[in-house]
Ligand binder design. Structure first.
Ligand SMILES: Cc1cc2nc3c(=O)[nH]c(=O)nc-3n(C[C@H](O)[C@H](O)[C@H](O)COP(=O)(O)OP(=O)(O)OC[C@H]3O[C@@H](n4cnc5c(N)ncnc54)[C@H](O)[C@@H]3O)c2cc1C
Length: 439
């Protein structure tokens, strides 16, 4: 791969990175967007519907993904990792590794003949291991780009994909390629990770099959999900009683996560509403310590959920175990009932896991150090919320801290504006003070 020269390098192709790239590209700046996965879209493309509007997530994300891929000022580089970034006088040099897809990306048409011919079934990480995928595949139905990649670790080299490929694009000899991107500015949009489901051992996730995390339920509810129905993992039964455990990974000193993840109350309420639609006879309970509905229209959303009959129980869940039929049993201290401790049995329990920093830029980039909570440090959060501690490096979306999609998009616009101003300041001729006063 040849080296690239651009105005801005955006690292991360979730909603925040895509929006920042589009906003800069629309202003005429040349942008390189680097995404480590085989498709852009980030976590958002895996969600079912979004609060508070309940828009279909795939329907509103896919056009953005497509706009990024087709924008004349954006060079999209998927399946690429930024190994290091160095200052180079006037800007930055990023060393990037393009991981081998074992497929000629230029030639692949995304016809999926290779995928249909592949004999290897693997658990689908995209569907939270509930469905299956082939060793060679297009990442998911609305992936951008629609290009196949081969999971070489699980390939048996049977050659069936090569035989059926109509454009001869399978290449088992492909190797990682190294190249450099020179950019005048950088936007970090590396997003977040989820609290591991088994982080709270006492909740039993991983051991108890019917205790799952909220992203699993997003896939169960998604029209493109693994079953097309909401079924519980242990026996494929439609759950009749579902419970949410809030703050399962946030506001928890024992996990070292003292902050509120800000999205969990809203996504639990959203999922509870969607489950009421999908399973009209099911009882849905949300065990919470505080309900935080901070955004526009969010409090009304919560009140609507109450009016729909979703049960909100102020209680602290101490432990989850299961009965003989693998039904999870929740031991909870009822805060509004004299701290009485009770055990309640459900068919399915969902842990409202929190947001963790997805990526520490410091060791790789030696820039933009992490703050105390592990997210990218923003020295002046009130005055310059997108600026890191290095001039020319900006941050946006959940890389900066827990935030929802609305805030990620707003912050992406702000990061693009800050970046454009910075780029302008690097190239504009110095203006006389009098001119500035009268401008
Ligand atoms: C269960 C659940 C339900 C949710 N429901 C809603 C909802 O209904 N409404 C709402 O507003 N919000 C919701 N959210 C929150 C929403 O997912 C986030 O606000 C949003 O995804 C943040 O976008 P982002 O681009 O900042 O991060 P991400 O979506 O995490 O994207 C970051 C991208 O950067 C890439 N990346 C990371 N590191 C690197 C690297 N070193 N090099 C290259 N690429 C890299 C990642 O692969 C990823 O594609 C939900 C979250 C969860 C967990």
């Amino acid at each position: 791969m040849s080296n690239l020269h651009v105005d801005t390098l955006v690292v991360g192709g979730g909603i925040a990175g895509m929006q920042a790239a589009l906003d800069l590209a629309d202003q005429g700046y040349q942008v390189a967007l680097v995404e480590k996965e085989a498709s852009i879209g980030g976590k958002m493309i895996a969600l079912s519907k979004v609060f508070p509007t309940l828009d279909c997530c795939s329907c509103i994300t896919t056009p953005k993904m497509s706009a990024v891929a087709h924008h004349e000022n954006i060079t999209l580089l998927t399946y690429c990792e930024v190994d290091s970034i160095h200052e180079n006088g006037g800007g930055f040099t990023a060393r990037v590794t393009k991981k081998p897809r074992y497929v000629d990306e230029g030639a692949c048409t995304g016809c999926r003949q290779c995928e249909y011919a592949c004999p290897i079934d693997l658990p689908s990480a995209f569907d939270m291991n509930l469905g299956a995928v082939r060793a060679i595949r297009v990442p998911f139905s609305t992936a951008v780009p629609q290009k196949a990649f081969l999971d070489i670790e699980n390939c048996i080299l049977c050659g069936k994909c090569e035989k059926v490929c109509p454009v001869d694009c399978i290449d088992f000899t492909q190797e990682a390629q190294l190249f450099e991107i020179e950019a005048k500015a950088i936007v970090l949009a590396t997003g977040f990770a989820l609290t591991p489901t088994d982080a709270k051992q006492e909740y039993g996730a991983g051991r108890l099959r019917n205790v799952v995390d909220a992203l699993t339920v997003e896939r169960l509810l998604a029209p493109t999900g693994p079953y097309g129905h909401v079924l519980r993992p242990s026996d494929g039964k439609e759950p009749e009683s579902i419970a949410y455990v809030q703050c399962a990974g946030s506001r928890d000193k024992t996990l070292g996560v003292e902050y509120c993840s800000r999205i969990c109350c809203m996504y639990a309420i959203k999922q509870a509403m969607l489950l009421s639609g999908a399973l009209p006879l099911a009882d849905i309970t949300i065990y919470y310590m505080d309900i935080r509905t901070f955004g526009k229209g969010y409090e009304q959303f919560y009140q609507n959920a109450r009016a729909m009959g979703i049960e909100f129980v102020k209680g602290k869940v101490a432990k989850i175990h299961q009965d003989e039929a693998q039904n999870p049993v929740v031991r909870v201290e009822l805060i509004d009932d004299g701290s009485r401790v009770v055990e309640r049995q459900h068919d399915l329990v969902v842990l409202s896991v929190g947001m963790l920093p997805g990526f520490d830029p410091q060791p790789v980039y030696r820039i933009g150090t992490a703050s105390e909570d592990g997210f990218v440090n923003i020295p002046e959060p009130n005055l310059a919320p997108c600026r890191t501690d290095r001039p020319g490096i900006f941050v946006t979306g959940a890389a900066a801290g827990p935030m929802d999609i609305v805030d990620s998009i707003v912050m992406a616009g702000a990061a693009a504006a800050e970046t454009a101003a910075y780029l302008h300041s690097q190239t504009a001729p110095v203006r006389h003070e009098r001119e500035l006063v009268h401008a």
